[in-house]
Design a protein around this ligand. Structure first.
Ligand code: NDP
Length: 249
């Protein structure tokens, strides 16, 4: 599945699923642009990619900042002249509850990154992706299909909305030859718990809760993203590929 001469932007590439995705696209010979805020983690990922053959272009940016989002696209175009694939992976969690009266704070924080930034980056990148007849992959979650713990409400709503945005974008961009799909993982061993200071949560506690009794590795999700971005998936658009070890069952 060669991505030679393809330009791939991966947001949230400083750890977890985004980092694994950047490494995998690099192994498939893509020119990869890695985006995140944590400089030292981005450097580690860049070094890992370099071991796979190609040093990625690093953009230190906050996807929820409108100027940064435009800069991600402009710097990619200045460097490579085109965009073939956009992987909207950056995401975060913030606890919030209706009764505790902190739902709006959580809603604003997660919506800004998990949804608004995706909508904005898609709009800014679309003219370039239309030119290459490329595609977009959005990283959602099985949490967008159901509710678990009450304090996850804002996160779950953001991912449900992202799923519907994926379908709407797929419909609008289909006439321009651009595909838009989503992947929806269940628990994946990443820095997500640590990055979002999630108390009383651990990957080990999650494994027994799902039918396959396991938690995924980031590379499993990266493989799905790579497939959806490839020519093998040329008939797939508006889809949402769930990879949750049977969690939704
Ligand atoms: P990580 O916390 O390891 O990675 C999240 C990435 O998003 C980091 O690289 C972080 O980089 C980046 N990020 C967060 N906010 C911003 C921002 N404002 N601007 C730029 N980058 C940002 O978690 P995962 O790899 O697990 O998460 C990746 C995606 O997968 C998310 O969308 C998440 O919701 C989704 N997901 C994860 C699951 C899991 O169990 N791990 C399950 C289902 C879905 P930095 O800090 O450098 O900015």
């Amino acid at each position: 599945m060669s991505f030679a001469s393809k330009v791939v932007i991966v947001t949230g590439a400083s750890s977890g699923i985004g980092a694994a995705t950047a490494v995998l696209f690099t192994k498939e010979s893509a020119d990869v642009v890695i985006v995140g805020r944590n400089e030292s983690k981005l450097k580690n990922v860049a070094d890992k990619c370099a071991l796979s053959g190609n040093t990625p272009f690093v953009i230190n940016a906050d996807v929820s900042n409108d100027d940064d989002a435009k800069r991600i696209v402009n710097e990619t175009i200045d460097k490579f002249g085109k965009i073939d694939v956009l992987v909207n992976n950056a995401g975060l969690f913030h606890a919030g509850s209706i009764i505790e009266n902190n739902i709006l704070e959580a809603y604003d924080k997660v919506m800004a990154v998990n949804l608004r930034a995706v909508v904005h980056l898609t709009a800014v990148a679309a003219p370039h992706i239309i030119k290459t007849k490329g595609n977009i992959v959005n990283v959602s979650s099985n949490a967008g299909k159901t509710h678990s713990l009450p304090e996850f409400i804002a996160y779950n709503v953001s991912k449900a909305a992202l799923d519907h945005f994926t379908r709407g974008a797929a419909l609008e961009l289909a006439s321009s030859g651009v595909r838009v799909n989503g992947v929806s993982p269940g628990p994946v061993k990443t820095d997500f718990i640590e990055n979002n200071a999630m108390a009383d949560v651990s990957w080990d506690k999650m494994a027994p809760l799902v039918p396959l009794k396991r938690v995924s590795e980031p590379e499993e999700i990266a493989e799905l993203i790579l497939y959806l971005a490839s020519e093998k998936a040329k008939g797939v658009t508006g889809s949402d590929f769930i990879c949750d070890n049977g969690g939704l069952l």
